[in-house]
Design a protein around this ligand. Structure first.
Ligand code: V0D
Length: 258
């Protein structure tokens, strides 16, 4: 294609993106968006590349969607980066995945600080290598006073384990006499989960055509809107995210958010 035409096409595209952003800003955006970033391996396979190439490409999409979510005024973005099931993958792939936080933060942390983003993590830190934890803890520390988007990484996270642990700690507090069993209700129980500081997600996005939760935020997603797409995570663009937010806003408009 001629370069001039390409340029024109890009301009058309970005101006329509801009218009859709303005439209989105006229209605409430979801306060908390959670994403299951699926399809990195399949993206790589389609290109005869190693699976890790898909993960690396997926990391670039995290940057792009974080910027956009921040710009939209979304309060919390939770990203499912590594599940407790992911340990079953080949060791070389696991090792590669667990180096991504360091790589990501090495280049993107200054921008997160600049953008007033606060990094948080939920998941089991115990089994993670020190280079993974150290990179994330530095990011948490360096962004702890930021007041903009909360960028919450679900890493070595599993929802059933989270619930079982919460039950154990409730029982323990009852035994110690800190808590009466009569006081146990939904709100009290929520405060024992890893998401105690967050609101429940308003919108869940899952890419790559899988229509299931895969042990992700089972309790927290009880009332959320779900949006699924066939698009593989490395191909997930700003347009797709905008499409998901528009779908959410349309549902809220039609059903009055009940
Ligand atoms: C691979 C697609 C960013 C999903 C995105 C450890 C799978 C790229 C992070 C990241 C991963 C995590 C914490 C943090 C900063 C960045 C990340 C993992 C995988 C698993 F503080 N991308 N990313 N972490 N992928």
């Amino acid at each position: 294609m001629l370069n001039k035409i390409k340029l024109w096409k890009n301009q058309q595209q970005s101006s329509s993106l801009h218009e859709r952003m303005l439209q989105i800003e006229e209605q409430p955006v979801p306060s908390h968006v959670a994403i299951i970033m699926d399809g990195n391996g399949r993206w790589a396979k389609k290109r005869a590349l190693p699976r890790v190439a898909g993960h690396h490409e997926g990391m670039k999409v995290v940057r792009k969607i974080t910027r956009l979510a921040s710009k939209m005024g979304i309060n919390t973005l939770t990203l499912y980066a590594f599940s407790t099931e992911n340990w079953k993958r080949p060791k070389t792939e696991v090792d590669y995945l667990l180096k991504l936080p360091e790589e990501f933060l090495g280049t993107f942390l200054p921008e997160l600080i600049e953008e007033n983003v606060r990094v948080t993590m939920m998941g089991y830190k115990e089994n993670l290598p020190s280079y993974t934890i150290n990179a994330i803890e530095k990011a948490i520390q360096d962004t702890k006073d930021n007041t903009g988007l909360v960028l919450n990484f679900a890493l070595n996270y599993g929802s059933r384990a989270e619930i079982v642990d919460a039950v154990k700690r409730v029982l323990n507090d009852c035994q110690k006499g800190i808590l009466e069993s009569d006081e146990v209700n939904e709100d009290l129980f929520s405060s024992y989960l890893m998401t105690s500081d967050l609101t429940d997600p308003d919108l869940l996005i899952r890419t790559s055509g899988e229509i299931r939760l895969s042990n992700f935020m089972l309790w927290q997603l009880a009332y959320s809107e779900f949006w699924f797409t066939e698009v593989l995570w490395p191909d997930f663009s700003e347009q797709h995210f905008i499409e998901a937010i528009e779908a959410y806003q349309n549902r809220q408009r039609r059903f009055g958010g009940v």
